[in-house]
Write a protein that binds this ligand. Structure first.
Ligand code: 13P
Ligand code: SF4
Length: 305
């Protein structure tokens, strides 16, 4: 079958079975085209609650499907490709976090949403890249232990000089692999382009950026900007999506290494098989994990607006 025939079949089954398809912005173009909603981690969490359909297919990575299940325990939530994880989400385990908490006893623990559900049970609040500054600003505690991504943490800390931060030495292996040297090379190749970066990049990259924001933030900024050329410092799928959405503008990847194999694991055929009941994994979490992580996620929505 051709791509458009598979897409039509997915759309038909989706309507017939009343299933909602959520896709992270890093998914491939053919998947985005069959999704009911495309967005960043924060947008996906909110949309998962807003949508009334009782069955959801998440095209993204495991922590996103788990988040969706935690916020909607009564719904059936599928991860379209069970192999799609997020290496950053696996970096910090409960035992290591408990050690860190002993070292910083008066600190509120703020967990990036890219963490396991189990870890979330031991944290005070979650954040995503698009609500991290607001959530940390609204937290009563002025001392914050930010885990596991120190790059997003430093980005937030700079905007909240009145608060004291401690960090864990984790981070996204893909985003932290790009450096200021990559920026200088890209700027030489495209001197008129603006640099749009995700806060998971190293401070030496975000310091050079014309805009720093979540995947949705980067896309919105590029679309409304009067500039015609952009260097994109996040997963390279965003370069392709923006090129389709704004064919009169030019988008360049900061580095070919900004490619997330986990996000790319999910394919259109995974969605197809999931809808046919022949693939995907239904999310199921132990009760105590469900409850503990729910508290942490709802606090995020409360403080993040
Ligand atoms: P967003 O919060 O922008 O969706 O980012 C999630 C992510 O995994 C970035 O690498
Ligand atoms: Fe995780 Fe990085 Fe991939 Fe995002 S880009 S899903 S943080 S590994």
């Amino acid at each position: 079958m051709k791509v458009h025939e598979i897409q039509n079949e997915i759309l038909r089954m989706k309507r017939e079975k009343d299933v909602c398809i959520l896709a992270h912005a890093y998914q491939s173009q053919d998947v985005l085209e069959v999704a009911d909603y495309v967005g960043d981690s924060y947008g996906l969490s909110k949309q998962a609650v807003k949508d009334e359909r009782q069955e959801i297919i998440m095209c993204g990575v495991r922590f996103m499907a788990e988040t969706c299940k935690i916020l909607n325990p009564q719904k059936t939530v599928w991860l379209a490709n069970p192999l799609a994880g997020c290496p950053m989400a696996e970096q910090l385990d409960l035992a290591t976090l408990e050690e860190l908490k002993k070292k910083y006893p008066e600190y509120a623990v703020v967990a990036y949403i890219n963490t396991t559900s189990e870890l979330k049970t031991a944290c005070d609040v979650c954040v995503t890249s698009s609500c991290a500054v607001q959530v940390c600003a609204n937290l009563e505690n002025d001392k914050i232990l930010f885990v596991p991504d120190p790059n997003l943490g430093h980005f937030v800390a700079r905007q909240l000089p009145g608060k004291t931060f401690a960090f864990y030495d984790g981070g996204c292996p893909r985003h932290k692999a790009v450096t200021a040297a990559d920026v200088h090379k890209a700027r030489r190749a495209h001197p008129r382009a603006l640099l749009l970066a995700h806060p998971e990049c190293l401070p030496e990259v975000t310091d050079e950026a014309d805009y720093v924001g979540s995947t949705t933030g980067i896309m919105a900024h590029a679309k409304k900007s009067d500039a015609r050329q952009f260097i994109i410092a996040t997963e390279n799928s965003i370069v392709e999506h923006l090129s389709f959405e704004c064919p009169d503008k030019r988008f360049y990847p900061l580095s070919v290494s900004l490619s997330c194999m986990d996000m790319r694991a999910c394919t259109l055929m995974d969605v197809y098989h999931c809808l046919r009941g022949e693939g995907g994994e239904a999310m199921n979490l132990p009760d105590e994990v469900q409850k503990g992580a729910d508290r942490c996620l709802r606090r995020m929505v409360e403080l993040g607006g």
